[in-house]
Design a protein around this ligand. Structure first.
Ligand SMILES: Cc1ncc(COP(=O)(O)O)c(C=O)c1O
Length: 490
């Protein structure tokens, strides 16, 4: 195929479909908005319905002879130096599972950083793969985890040479990056593949002032959300493949096991548009965002009681290996309140929605979509928050465990514990029992508890005090943690 990045095959096919006035006797049943409830049309706009067409037998013909999706995927692969790219409309949550199911077989081992997203744990449950947990680099003073070191992967492989491969999350939602080239080398010396969960790194390939990104660093598979740091629509995700350790047909087949048969063309269009935008204008757009982030960071740092985590905080010996400044992570502990309380206050008083919140932090994600207007509003709100801090001192405290206390013994395989007969017990009775569910503070979605871990008092206390303080646990069977699901004891 001739590579021409001025093309956007999905967008162009969609425009052609609309111009040809195709008449569909197929799903979607709203038939280009005609059947949609007028009240839905008023809120969503007809463009949403006009763009919502069948992929094959609509956007492309029934045999996909125009290769609309294939051409869009090839252009994306070229843009990011991959051999193959696959689009997904089910988020990186699907992409990462497809990657895991390709790399590791049921019952085999996979090295996984314990700071993995809940979709990775879901992949372990579905696949029956045994995780060999690799410890993140903990900054105990700031109570934050950074990606595991290269040495930690080396050691894990020495102890488990039979592991099928490794998975690392980089960058973290906080903007801390791993030494991907080093970890890839550790894997490849053993002929094993490396999967990088780069859900937060869609923008990395398009500016040299950002951390190295997975394909350039030598990873085999890399998973990216186009809707997080990119400008695609929610659920738009891609996974890239290079090298000869993994068969592309096998990866496509594993994704097919999980995928929908009704992909949303709007999401494909958003991914395709992002690739063209970034190839043509990415350096300038992201360069602009980086300058804006630097000015915004400086202005937030000048607010009394706020400290913006910077490269010096996150990187260095024993810490992260790279830093993305676009997630602006602010330590507000000096204001005497929690991130949860501050987040609610910002939404209520300024209609500002922050991204990550915890017992001592809030964060604001900046992208190339921001400008002085949006950051001025953010700064006004943050200054006002600092001015009202005394009203927020009543925020309940969270009992944060030490890094060592956070880690629990993996007593059973996640799959075995998840599907085992279980019972619900009060948290005080759950100490010493094996968890049968995932319990994940969200955002950012890194499980504090996963199936098969033997529960301890500090972790349960952390979650209970967290819930009282405003922590959200969407995947727990009882989101208020009145009870916890544990494996039944006969
Ligand atoms: C590190 C990481 N991986 C994977 C995902 C899943 O991505 P998606 O929301 O696109 O399904 C997330 C989502 O927050 C994430 O933070």
């Amino acid at each position: 195929m001739v590579i021409n990045h001025a093309e956007a095959p999905v967008l162009e096919a969609l425009a052609a479909y609309q111009n040809a006035d195709e008449l569909a006797f197929t799903p979607p049943g709203h038939k280009r908005a005609r059947g949609a409830d007028p009240r839905a049309r008023a809120v969503l706009g007809d463009a949403v319905f006009f763009g919502d067409v069948l992929a094959n037998g609509g956007l492309d013909d029934r045999l996909a002879r125009n290769q609309v999706l294939v051409r869009a995927e090839q252009l994306m692969a070229d843009a990011v130096h991959a051999d193959h790219t696959f689009f997904s409309t089910c988020g990186s949550s699907l992409s990462v599972k497809a990657a895991m199911l390709t790399v590791a077989c049921p019952g085999h081992k996979l090295l996984v950083g314990r700071d993995a997203h809940k979709s990775v744990v879901a992949g372990l449950i579905l696949s029956g793969v045994a995780p060999v947990w690799v410890e993140p680099r903990w900054d105990a003073e700031r109570s934050i985890a950074h990606p595991p070191s290269t040495e930690a992967y080396e050691k894990a492989f020495e102890e488990h040479p039979d592991a099928d491969g490794a998975l690392v999350t980089s960058p973290t939602p906080y903007g801390a990056a791993a030494d991907l080239a080093g970890i890839a080398e550790v894997c490849h010396r053993r002929g094993k593949p490396l999967v990088v969960d780069e859900a937060w790194g869609a923008h990395l390939p398009f500016h040299t002032d950002l951390p190295a990104w997975a394909m350039d660093a030598g990873a085999d598979i890399c998973v990216t959300s186009i809707h997080k740091m990119g400008s695609g629509l929610e659920q738009g995700s891609v996974f890239h493949l290079q090298g000869d350790l993994i068969d592309p047909a096998e990866l496509a087949s594993r994704a097919d096991l999980l995928d929908t048969t009704s992909p949303n063309v709007l999401i494909y269009a958003g991914i395709d548009a992002w690739r063209r935008q970034m190839v043509q204008h990415g350096h300038d757009l992201i360069g602009g965002a980086l300058k804006l982030a630097a000015r915004t960071r400086e202005a937030i740092e000048a607010i009394d009681g706020m400290h913006v985590h910077d490269e010096a905080d996150f990187c260095g010996p024993g810490l992260a290996s790279g830093f993305d400044p676009l997630p602006v992570v602010i330590d507000i502990s000096a204001l005497g309140t929690t991130g949860y309380r501050a987040a609610d206050w910002l939404r209520e008083h300024h209609h500002i929605d922050g991204h990550l919140f915890d017992h001592r932090r809030i964060s604001a994600q900046l992208t190339h979509a921001d400008d002085e207007q949006t950051t001025d509003r953010l700064l006004t709100a943050l200054r006002d928050l600092a001015g009202h801090a005394s009203e927020l001192h009543d925020a309940p405290r969270v009992a944060v465990p030490s890094p060592a206390e956070l880690r629990m013994e993996q007593a059973d395989l996640p799959r075995d514990a998840y599907f085992a007969r279980h019972e619900k017990v009060a948290p005080r009775d759950a100490v010493g029992r094996v968890a049968a569910e995932m319990i994940t503070p969200y955002p950012p979605g890194i499980p504090a508890v996963l199936p098969g871990e033997r529960l301890t008092e500090p972790v349960l206390e952390y979650l209970l005090t967290g819930v009282e303080a405003g922590m959200f646990l969407p995947d727990a069977a009882d989101q208020r943690l009145g009870t916890v699901r544990v494996v039944a004891e006969d």
